[in-house]
Design a protein around this ligand. Structure first.
Ligand code: PGA
Length: 328
């Protein structure tokens, strides 16, 4: 008994067929034409006929019949065609899964982030890196205008910022709140007041972030809406230096709540309850619409959107609970 009749006798048709035969048959069945299948697969027409013949032998039944000049699939042919499509669909899925796994094992993630994002990005990256230890990460933290410049030059995959550039070639996904609060030294007399009006606040010298910073712009916009102008005692482009300066009594300031995440109860800094504050802002992950995000960046984006949900549930009670959560 030949190998093929032996397999058929045992009911194991697939043992004597090959993937190559199935591929040739699938193309022939789809075109219902040997010549077109041969062209598609860069094979000769006799090779295609031979492969289909071999497959028919394995199945033990003809897969095509010729009526006049036309080729028709037999019922057995239709059954094999349906199976071949399912097999190749699954193989395509397997290939996509393997590519994606390779991407996460050796992929690169390039991030650009604005100054204040330094308080959230490493925190969010830590569990991501644990899950995908093979992903190589570069994180550029810079001033808002420089991050926008990097976006213009397509230097990174994703950009983390809270002030969106006004343009329509980008996509922005908000993933976390970014409340801005007024900060004072613990011994400041304002800490004794339940609420402080904006008019009272602007009478005091302020330490503000540099011009162009998103935080600075948000403060100036809020004050301008009330026709108020801040008394700027000092401009700094560094949140940590601002915190030191507040503690030294140089003035009050407005900072992202995230920059205060490490404040403990024994801290020298406190958050004041000022009218109009916190200023509600959002963190966005931004990317160019025209960019095909690499697997690692796509996975990080999905992770950001998912992970942020736990923080956002806390958001309705910003100061106490969010800080506790961030300090953890
Ligand atoms: P910053 O804020 O520029 O004030 O650091 C970051 C941002 O909002 O993008």
């Amino acid at each position: 008994m030949s190998k093929q009749s032996e397999s058929r006798a045992k009911g194991l048709i697939w043992q004597s067929m090959t993937l190559h035969q199935l591929q040739v048959f699938e193309a022939t069945a789809r075109h219902c034409n040997f010549t077109r299948a041969a062209e598609e697969l860069f094979l000769t027409q006799p090779t295609v006929s031979m492969q289909v013949k071999q497959l028919s032998k394995s199945v033990g039944m003809p897969l095509f019949e010729k009526v006049g000049k036309r080729l028709y699939m037999t019922d057995a042919g239709k059954a094999v065609y349906e199976t071949s499509q399912a097999v190749f669909d699954r193989l395509a899925q397997l290939e996509a899964a393997i590519i994606s796994l390779q991407g996460m094992e050796a992929g690169k993630l390039r991030l650009g982030a604005t100054t204040t994002a330094q308080y959230i990005v490493p925190k969010l990256l830590a569990p991501f890196c644990q899950t995908y230890p093979g992903v190589e990460i570069s994180l550029e933290i810079d001033k808002h205008k420089n991050v926008v410049e990097r976006l213009n030059n397509n230097q990174d995959d994703l950009y983390i910022l809270s002030q969106l550039p006004d343009r329509d070639d980008i996509q922005a996904r908000s993933f976390l709140c970014n409340p801005l609060v007024v900060v004072a030294p613990a011994a400041h007399p304002f800490t004794q007041q339940e609420t402080i009006s904006l008019e009272t606040l602007v009478k005091k010298p302020l330490i503000l972030r540099e011009r162009g910073s998103a935080t600075r712009e948000a403060v100036e916009t809020l004050l301008a809406e009330r026709g108020l102008v801040p008394q700027v005692r000092m401009e700094l482009d560094n949140n940590e230096a601002i915190k030191q300066s507040i503690a030294e009594g140089l003035g009050l300031s407005v900072l992202s709540l995230h920059s205060l995440s490490r404040i403990s109860s024994a801290s020298e800094l406190v958050i004041l309850n000022v009218e109009g504050f916190p200023i509600h802002r959002q963190w966005y992950a931004v990317f160019l619409k025209s960019k095909a995000l690499p697997v690692a960046a796509q996975t990080f984006l999905e992770y950001l959107l998912q992970e942020s949900q736990q923080y956002c549930q806390i958001y309705p009670h910003p100061t106490a609970n969010l800080m506790e959560s961030l300090a953890g």
